[in-house]
Design a binder for this molecule. Structure first.
Ligand SMILES: NC(=O)c1ccc[n+]([C@@H]2O[C@H](COP(=O)([O-])OP(=O)(O)OC[C@H]3O[C@@H](n4cnc5c(N)ncnc54)[C@H](OP(=O)(O)O)[C@@H]3O)[C@@H](O)[C@H]2O)c1
Length: 332
């Protein structure tokens, strides 16, 4: 697989990564299967999709434990990215950016991942109660201690809509400018997909000009852009799509022209090419340091998604995707 570099240290990773979240979090738990997930992770590494994206809160903790079982056997094949700063409480998810907590959380992640170093340690959310420089400073100490190789910052949460996206990302850029004074940012993770392109306006250009890696979260639109979901199919209560405004039967039907457009582009590249692959190839085409992390717990989707790294969209394809209607259904 093509390799891409991220950050000042030019860390090399496969152009397409693997989002491990659906194996243990956010999508219906009744469909999670440990063995299938393990096969998916192994297959990703076999295919050169080296960036495994997890977080301590996925599960919580079980996603890191799962990856630990793979990393124990083949650490050198993987580039492991995990996150700190969010805690799953009884009622709510809460931020914790206190330095002492960050140090303890890192040691716990290292134990669960069965490794002695994390390749990319990301701040999942800045804690509004703690100056972000303090949290980032504690994370920088972990690099100096050899527990972490590079630092990343997550900016997920635009929640649909160009205006709210730009407001969020302008605030994100201000935070990034502050923490860059403390320690270099190697990667930013934010939503980027055909139906959520907000990061293209300011955040991605800011990262690209600095060689900062951009981990494209939710590049398949939580599965919608693959064309495998049917309007009105319904989602289990613990599936994030059960509450997502773009996944009501009405909005899924209204957004079908996006899938139809992706299918049309796919067809130009052969019968075997899928809308999911076009969606990923579009993401890859947005910048030299963009690494999509499609989430899946299925080996066959891993294979399909990894093959998207070989799909080259023409200027005509890209123009056609750009002309697709914007997504309907937002949190605003
Ligand atoms: N930093 C943050 O705050 C943050 C927030 C959100 C996400 N992320 C990261 O971004 C990653 C990706 O986001 P995501 O997983 O929510 O959304 P996504 O990648 O847009 O979509 C995942 C969904 O698509 C399905 N899928 C994957 N490949 C497919 C294919 N080729 N054909 C058909 N269906 C396919 C998956 O199904 P199955 O699961 O059934 O295989 C899953 O339901 C996460 O895993 C996580 O690592 C980070």
């Amino acid at each position: 697989m093509e390799r891409r570099t991220i950050g000042a240290g030019a860390l090399a990773v496969g152009a397409v990564g693997l989002g491990c979240m659906p194996m243990s979090w956010a999508y219906s738990t009744s469909r999670q299967r440990g063995d299938e997930s393990l096969r998916a992770v192994h297959r990703a590494l076999d295919l050169g999709a080296t960036l495994l994206d997890t977080a301590d809160m996925y599960g919580p903790f079980t996603n890191e434990l799962l990856l630990g079982r793979v990393l124990k056997e083949r650490r050198s094949d993987a580039f492991v990215s995990t996150k700190v700063g969010l805690l799953v409480g009884e009622q709510h998810i809460v931020a914790n950016g206190r330095p002492g907590y960050v140090r303890r959380a890192c040691d716990a992640s290292l134990r669960r991942l069965q490794t002695d170093v994390i390749d990319l340690y990301q701040l999942h959310r800045a804690d509004p109660e703690v100056p972000v420089e303090e949290t980032w400073g504690a994370m920088a100490e972990l690099v100096r201690a050899g527990k972490v190789r590079a630092l990343g910052f997550c900016a997920v949460g635009a929640r649909g809509g160009r205006r709210s996206g730009n407001r969020l990302y302008d605030a994100t850029i201000r935070q990034l400018q502050r923490i860059q004074q403390v320690f270099p940012v190697s990667a930013v993770e934010a939503e980027l997909s055909v139906w959520s392109p907000e990061a293209l306006d300011t955040l991605l250009p800011w990262c690209e000009t600095r060689g900062i890696g951009f981990l494209a979260a939710m590049p398949l639109g939580n599965g919608f852009l693959t064309g495998t979901l049917t309007p009105g199919q319904g989602f289990e209560r613990d599936d994030l799509r059960a509450r997502h405004p773009r996944f009501t039967a009405e909005m899924m039907a209204a957004n079908q022209p996006i899938v139809v457009g992706l299918r049309r582009v796919a067809a130009r590249h052969g019968d075997h090419v899928t809308p999911a692959q076009v969606a990923l190839a579009w993401t890859l085409a947005q910048g030299r340091h963009v690494v999509p992390v499609p989430g899946t717990k299925h080996e066959r989707w891993v294979v399909e998604n990894a093959a998207a790294a070989r799909l080259r969209l023409s200027p005509q394809d890209l123009a056609e995707v750009a002309r697709l209607p914007g997504a309907q259904g937002s949190w605003e």
